[in-house]
Design a protein around this ligand. Structure first.
Ligand code: ADP
Ligand code: MG
Length: 216
């Protein structure tokens, strides 16, 4: 039995065609089902539905053999014993630094002022600002980062941006690119060795589907 850890929402929706390419069709839709373990048409494959940021944990400890998680989430975690063999090129967005409209970020950089930065992505943000030689105070949040600069919790945020609609609605502007983000296949190294006969063909089918789509 192979267990694949996935999160609901855009990652599940964009993973469905990849699963289909590997001949795997879920028995239920996690968006409407309350079940957290979902069988498939393939008797040796099941899905578990977990929070996006919990996917690497299930895979790392072998409770899931494989999973799909955003690069944003993966870069924050200790991935000992986990392969990241394939960029699935789904759930694509950018990690950006954003500030309030009118806030002069460039002047801050020039003056070397110490910035307060709120983010869910503390490790990635710390590396980003350290590489630029900037001194920042990082404030860990778990969501709704856009609020922080509006109420004076922080000068800037590091968050994911796709259309920019949420930033705009909150009078924020993106001022710096941190990283391109997409979701990756992750595989527990030990279960890969044990279940190579099941996992390898699935990985090959995913890789082929990603390739076909990028050529389409
Ligand atoms: P949660 O609410 O549990 O933090 P989300 O459903 O918001 O998780 O995001 C899950 C994953 O989807 C993120 O880890 C990221 O990789 C990706 N993602 C988040 N926001 C966007 C976006 N605006 N566009 C594309 N992908 C995104
Ligand atoms: Mg969310």
């Amino acid at each position: 039995m192979i267990t694949i850890a996935l999160s609901k929402g855009r990652i599940f929706e964009e993973t469905k065609p990849l699963l289909a390419a590997a001949g795997i069709v879920p028995n239920e839709d996690p968006e409407t089902s309350r079940k957290l373990i979902i069988g498939t048409n393939h008797e040796d494959v099941r899905l578990i539905i977990v929070r996006a940021s919990d996917v690497p944990t299930y895979v790392r400890y072998g409770a899931a053999d494989m999973g799909i998680a955003g690069k944003d989430v993966l870069d924050e975690q200790d991935l000992q014993g986990v392969y990241q063999p394939l960029d699935l090129q789904i759930a694509r967005c950018k990690m950006m630094v954003a500030v309030r409209e009118g806030f002069d970020y460039q002047a801050c950089l020039r003056s070397g002022a110490r910035l307060k930065v709120a983010t869910k992505y503390v490790k990635t943000a710390r590396q980003h600002f350290a590489a630029k030689g900037m001194h920042v105070d990082l404030i860990k949040l778990y969501g709704s980062m856009e609020l922080a600069p509006l109420v004076g919790l922080a000068d800037a945020i590091v968050d994911l941006v796709s259309t920019g609609g949420t930033l705009k609605a909150n009078h924020l502007v993106a001022v710096e690119h941190v990283a391109d983000v997409s979701s990756y296949l992750v595989v527990n190294q030990a279960s890969f060795k044990l279940n190579k006969n099941l996992i390898q063909p699935m990985m090959d089918a995913f890789a082929q589907a990603v390739k076909n789509r990028s050529n389409a």
